[in-house]
Design a binder for this molecule. Structure first.
Ligand code: ADP
Ligand code: GN1
Ligand code: MG
Length: 356
């Protein structure tokens, strides 16, 4: 560690005794002061607008606390609590690379890297649905778009077309089939952004990293307790969060599995997750959102594949890779999943029909 931990903890007024904690891929996380706090060194390479992102988190968590209290929940446990520095700031900057924030540690909870049973996915769905329902009246105008056009799929496709043209890593000739696959399906990739532009799909608060390991589960009961990792909270469509959660928790194989025979979408996972999500959020969905739920899973999977393929063509400059052709493997995997989702759309509609 090339920072002065004692100076950091002194700024927050806590003990400097602690240890690394969790398995996050973005920040350095420490459990401090007899498990009272979570200290995070913010990854300033990924997140350059620290002020914007901390302001978003402060706004969203204080709104959540009010709503949670109104519902009779525990505002200190059901959402994150930011602890300010002694001079009242939401983070402490030691130097350009070393920027820290402090949260209250939420005790008696666990994070899951993979589901243990389908019930975990029902709980995961409830967790994301509850988060969305509590925030349904949040004034989204207050939020900064810290990563502009993050889920603007047509712009992601434009970036792919540019990458093909530029062919920076001299790889385009090898992946003609994948490029064709992506461009052939670009026709309806604007359905969500178009719906938002025409105000048919409401602008809401979105989390934008709806993975299973960004929910804390109660150690004893297994129930979803708290949504964490709020760095990418931005204005957007809830379809991004619903679709991206299922892209990950509904896939049978890992995102970079190379044996495409193993890649498929699990309708049972879809059923459990959606039941939990809709129990919380079903009534607050608009007609247009409801209609697009199955499509959103395919859209987010397609978009992710497009991003992996783009990065492959650009020479792997965005996503971390740890083997040759890693991004290409991921793109092929996601596109295989898109094909499977195309086959399963009718069944997905039937499942949602029953759940609604
Ligand atoms: P990353 O962006 O690196 O994934 P996270 O904010 O998700 O970072 O935190 C990493 C891990 O730290 C989580 O998976 C979780 O296990 C743990 N964690 C984070 N915040 C808290 C908290 N307030 N209480 C308890 N554990 C937490
Ligand atoms: C990135 O860092 P991680 O793994 O949580 C990416 C997501 C992608 C995901 C694909 C800020 O998320 O959008 O879906 O990789 N996050 C960012 O694995 O670009
Ligand atoms: Mg995380």
């Amino acid at each position: 560690m090339n920072f002065d931990l004692k100076a950091v903890t002194e700024h927050f007024g806590i003990s400097s005794v602690g240890e690394p904690y969790g398995r996050g891929h973005i920040h350095d996380t420490y459990r401090m002061d007899s498990s009272r706090y979570i200290l995070q060194r913010i990854n300033t390479h990924v997140f350059q607008d620290v002020d914007g992102l901390m302001e978003n988190i402060a706004l969203v968590t204080s709104f959540l606390k009010k709503r949670i209290a109104e519902e009779g929940g525990d505002p200190d446990r059901d959402t994150m609590t930011l602890i300010k520095t002694l001079d009242g700031k939401s983070y402490y900057r030691q130097d350009a690379e070393n920027v820290f924030r402090l949260y209250r540690f939420i005790a008696g909870t666990v994070t899951l890297e993979a589901r243990r049973t389908y019930q975990d996915l029902y709980e995961e769905g409830r967790g994301w649905g509850h988060f969305q329902r509590l925030l349904r009246d949040f004034p989204t105008k207050q939020l900064k778009e810290t990563i502009p056009d993050f889920h603007h799929t047509p712009k992601r496709v434009e970036a792919l077309a540019l990458a093909v043209k530029g062919d920076a890593a001299d790889r385009a000739a090898r992946v003609e089939q994948e490029i064709r696959f992506a461009l052939k399906r670009a026709g309806d990739c604007d359905r969500v952004v178009r719906g938002m532009a025409w105000s048919q799909i409401p602008l809401r608060v979105t989390h934008n990293d709806t993975k299973l390991n960004n929910i804390l589960f109660d150690e004893q009961s297994g129930k979803a307790v708290c949504v964490i990792d709020l760095d990418t909270v931005m204005p957007g469509s809830l379809l991004y969060d619903y679709g991206d959660a299922l892209r990950t928790c509904g896939a049978v194989a890992a995102e970079d599995e190379t044996d495409l025979e193993k890649v498929s979408f699990d309708l049972e996972a879809f059923r459990y997750f959606s039941r939990g999500y809709l129990e919380e959020m079903g009534e607050a969905l608009t007609e247009a959102e409801r209609e697009l739920l199955p499509f959103s899973v395919k859209l987010m999977t397609y978009e992710c594949g497009v991003r992996f393929l783009t990065d492959y063509l650009n020479g792997d400059t965005y996503f971390k890779t740890n083997r040759e052709d890693h991004n290409l493997d991921r793109a092929r995997n996601q596109f295989r999943l898109v094909e499977d989702l195309e086959q399963k759309e009718t069944e997905m509609r039937e499942i949602l029909g029953a759940a609604l």
